[in-house]
Design a protein around this ligand. Sequence first.
Ligand SMILES: [Zn+2]
Length: 468
Amino acid sequence: MNRPLLLSLAIGACAVALPARAQLTRPAAEQALAREIYKEFIEIPSGYTTGSTTPVARAAEARLRAAGFPAADIHVDGPDPRKLNLVVRYHGSGARKPLLLLAHTDVVEAKREDWTMDPFQLIEKDGYFYGRGTGDDKAQAAVWIANLIQYKKEGFTPDRDLIVALTADEEGGGPFNGVDWLLTNHRDWIDAEYALNEGGWGESVDGKRIANDLQVSEKYVLNLRFEVRNKGGHSSLPVEDNAINHLAGALDRVAHFGFPLKTNEVTAEYFKQIAKTESGALKADLEQVAAGSQAAMQRVAKGSVSWNATLRTTCIATMLEGGHAMNALPQLAAATVNCRVLPEDGADYVLSAIRKVVADTAVVVTSARGEHGPSSPLRADVVQGVTKLTQEMWPGTVTIPIMVMGGTDGRSTRAAGIPTYGVQGFFFDRDDIRFHGRDERMRVRSFYEGHAFLYELVKRLSATTPAS
Ligand SMILES: [Zn+2]
């Protein structure tokens, strides 16, 4: 039988269910602590424009100090009194380089009037936890702290330092991003062999678990400005050389242009694994995409907005300005074109490709700086560790490496040479993701299972004899 060989190589589901070894949830006392910290974090309004992350950092610090962590191992610091970050180091034997456990503590704004309940109260109802940040990203923040406290209680000695960083202002950009600040000012506090972060979660359909995502890569944002200037004139004497017409033509050409369809190491693996969750013609197409078939890529991209975005760099008009009077020829017409770029496509390539498509010298196309981070390598210890634990906890659930369209702080850590993996073990219904939206929620069961998943995963990744 070659199955054992295949099993050691495959990173997806295997046909044979492995005997369950990992616990699905942690003991009640540990769950109670995790929930308490979660509640405390959720109930601190840390919206990135109106709130502050400092009380979250202080709350975590108080928990850690009460659990016996020495003050010397905890830093609460940042560029602004309202934007403090917390970094705590749990000492291991030092046999290997540290493991960084990241979570952000700011949240997208939530208005009471938009929600059906108070967004800054943890409400448990109908099997869900409701509140801003229940999914993004205070569950992971709370779980990192609760588990660190538990490791200390057990006297667990990892073979590497475990560093938890709870950071400010991941959402919405701005000058106070905690990860960027730490990398620039206190790299030594968070320097690590690699990091675990948000960005990958479990996908379920009506509560049925399908896939546990492992985010290893993300597209980056490149904003282009299209600008046409013109001397204008009276609208009763129209001329062909009209700024708005130039711009409209350019945008229309961009709308009908598609960047080449292709896969990379990560997305090829993604399509290979996601094929296992489908059937029929679609399954065959997804397998062929993984194998590099252009025809299959065309079909798959046409059938799904998100698969299209996975297979190519995209650019789309998002904002417009132009004209100054109803009866005047416009002197300015401008648009913002928002590009989401594959990690392997350079900003210069995208800019020159778009200029070629625009093919009109009256339209000046310029770009803002694109932040560009590499993909994280598909490290065998992380990929196999996540796959094996996922199989043990939720037999039949595949582990899928993904590239995400949105951004996380992993962009900065990857660019700084710390490979970063988004993995949580919290499962959300694929068609009901409420991050950033109203009535954000997390299944109660999922919270406790993610708590157990991350407890076990971090232990295995920092044990002297790694689980085979
Ligand atoms: Zn987030």
